[in-house]
Design a protein around this ligand. Structure first.
Ligand code: COA
Ligand code: ZN
Length: 309
């Protein structure tokens, strides 16, 4: 069975855009629960400026407070050297550097153009040397920018090459505001796999325009085996206008399992964790399987059939 790696981002991509701060102990309890579901990786939090992302201002407490399960990788989002130093002090397994493929989103989100982010990353990689920490980079707006529109594919490949040249080990291709379509995803993911067959690629989709799971299948068919997804379908970048939730983890796992793929995830335990979200954040979540049940859900036949049988 083909092995697929599911990487949970709800406590980072999800909680960063929630209207209310999720209490630290609730974040820790949720991550501890998620650690027992068979997920390959959990993006715990981000080490960003607390002014930029106030909801994740408790990053150290959360990262140090969770119970780490062997076999699960714990990663954190990092935009700059200061964030990297904070992350290393918490003994993370991976840092996930974030930059944008488009200048305008880069400046809006990080106050850095892609080239300025690359300069930060060079310094970060120096700081991580000898630490054994895996360095991944997430390329926001790979499939389109909410300010600039189309991002030329040649620009995406140029930036991936630059990331690899400075020593980044894995690259996440991010559709920040759900602009990607499956044909484009197949093209870009396929080209990335052809150009850099040894590189660990992850696909990161948002379901803003309802194309999220279709894009995941397109990425799968192009040879991608790692997917970011968010419990309940939470998520979104606060500095990308019109952003909304990631593809929903339990919906993605349900789909891949139906397709006969091995996600390593216990879907029932994942659904239990998802069911706790509305109580935690104070509103319903977009996920479909939580509402509809798994596709093996059966209902009693209409009563009149039994009466006349
Ligand atoms: N962690 C904590 N504090 C940080 C920090 C970090 N990683 N980076 C900067 N800061 C602090 C500085 O110490 C400074 O604090 P002060 O005002 O008390 O002196 C303040 O933030 C401004 O620092 P500066 O380097 O000028 O940052 P900036 O204002 O240019 O912002 C970023 C740049 C990258 C720090 C900020 O835009 C950011 O954190 N963005 C994250 C966006 C994000 O996560 N988006 C969603 C994910 S895609
Ligand atoms: Zn995202």
């Amino acid at each position: 069975m083909t092995r697929i790696y599911i990487q949970e981002v709800a406590t980072r991509d999800g909680f960063q855009i929630e209207p209310a701060f999720v209490p630290t102990e609730d974040k820790i309890a949720l991550i501890d629960c998620l650690s027992e579901t068979g997920l390959a990786k959990i993006e715990v939090t981000s080490f960003t400026s607390p002014k930029a992302i106030p909801n994740l201002r408790d990053a150290e407490e959360v990262m140090r407070g969770i119970r780490r399960v062997p076999g699960v990788e714990y990663t954190v989002l990092v935009p700059n050297v200061k964030g990297c130093e904070r992350a290393l002090s918490c003994d993370v397994d991976e840092i996930n550097l974030v930059m944008s493929a488009s200048d305008t989103h880069g400046l809006a989100n990080l106050r850095m153009t892609p080239e300025q982010s690359l300069e930060q990353f060079k310094a970060i990689i120096e700081v991580t040397r000898g630490s054994g920490v895996f360095v991944n980079a997430s390329l926001s707006t790979t499939f389109g920018c909410p300010f600039e529109g189309e991002v030329p594919e040649a620009r995406v490949y140029e930036l991936v090459q630059k990331l690899l040249d400075i020593g980044v080990q894995g690259v996440t291709l991010c559709d920040t505001t759900g602009m990607a379509d499956p044909a484009q995803v197949g093209r870009i993911c396929g080209e990335a796999r052809r150009r850099w067959p040894q590189t660990v690629f992850t696909a990161h989709f948002h379901n803003t325009r309802g194309m999220g799971l279709a894009n995941a299948v397109a990425a799968l068919n192009a040879g991608i085996d790692r997917f970011d997804a968010s419990l309940g379908g939470l998520g979104g970048c606060p500095y990308a206008p019109g952003a909304s939730g990631n593809i929903c983890t339990e919906d993605l796992v349900h789909m891949f399992q139906r397709m006969g793929l091995d996600t390593g995830v216990d879907l029932d335990r994942l659904l239990e964790a998802a069911a706790s979200l509305p109580g935690l954040i104070g509103h319903e979540v977009p996920g479909a399987i939580l509402k509809a049940g798994k596709s093996d859900r059966r209902y009693p036949r209409p009563k009149w059939m039994d009466a006349t049988a």
